[in-house]
Design a protein around this ligand. Structure first.
Ligand code: SF4
Length: 268
């Protein structure tokens, strides 16, 4: 793939929309001209396993924006996860579950889900939108805020140049929430897969009962992969999710688990 992105005059300018607080604020700031130039579109990568509130929020946001919101998908991460855990199926979602070996050694699985279910489908759509010719490149607006600079990452592909408008304005997540409130907009939900292991205890608690039951079911299903020695868990305590006391001091040190190993895509 040839063509290097050029920030002066990109062929396509798009918002990488996670539908969380930061990317929502960024999208609405663009709509109001606070950030410019006006993007050509926003692109939301749907893993198929977001909480119901995120999909509702996305629909509302679509009605507020003057530019189109495109939805792309690489499949359903939940069903791919379950099929991997039930069989030795070829397709699987590499979610970085917390692991414990038979000797008690703690670890974490490889993280491929962000790339597979978010970055790549967006990259594919960007190439399509540029008519298959990436010369001139595209500019992607990523909703990383000033309190999360560690999440800033360059694009993995030459034809997309990442830009961080919230960092340019030095706006924190809290500033984004204040801006949304000042303009009469509702507080967006945390955008992340229902069973994402980067959830803090507060975020596990924020799930509805049915969503939490769904996460418990998947947590149970992933415990032991075919042929693997270690056990896998969705919660950082490495206990079955149904047994974790989510109201205790386990929350300490969990300010933002997405910072642990982030690609600048999930959760914003
Ligand atoms: S939200 Fe979590 S599980 Fe979903 S793609 Fe991102 S890191 Fe993976």
């Amino acid at each position: 793939m040839s063509g290097r992105a050029d920030s002066r005059d990109p062929k396509l300018r798009f918002i990488s929309l996670g539908a969380g607080v930061q990317s929502t604020a960024m999208a609405l700031m663009a709509a109001r001209g606070k950030i410019g130039p006006m993007p050509d579109c926003a692109i939301f990568a749907d893993t198929g396993w977001e909480p119901r509130g995120v999909y509702g929020h996305l629909e509302w946001l679509r009605s507020e924006l003057p530019y189109p919101v495109l939805v792309v998908s690489a499949g359903n991460i939940r069903s791919d996860t379950i099929s991997r855990s039930n069989t030795t199926g070829q397709r699987f979602a590499a979610i970085p579950w917390y692991t414990v070996s038979p000797t008690g050694k703690r670890g974490m699985g490889r993280r491929q889900c962000t790339n597979e279910y978010k970055l790549r489908p967006i990259q594919r759509r960007v190439v399509e939108l540029m008519g298959g010719r990436v010369r001139g490149g595209a500019e992607a607006w990523i909703g990383i805020s000033a309190d999360e600079v560690a999440r800033m990452k360059p694009s993995r592909v030459r034809y997309i140049l990442n830009r961080f408008p919230l960092i340019d304005l030095w706006l924190s997540r809290r500033d984004c929430l204040a801006w949304l409130g000042d303009h009469g907009y509702p507080e967006p939900p945390r955008s992340a897969c229902i069973g994402c292991p980067f959830r803090s205890d507060a975020e596990w608690r924020a799930l509805s009962l049915s969503e939490f039951a769904d996460a418990v079911e998947v947590d149970h299903a992933i415990r032991r992969q075919p042929g693997a020695q270690h056990e896998q868990y969705a919660h950082s305590s490495r206990k079955p999710l149904s047994l974790v006391d989510l109201s205790t001091a386990e929350e300490r040190g969990q300010f933002n688990l997405f910072l642990e190993e982030c690609e600048g895509m999930c959760g914003v």
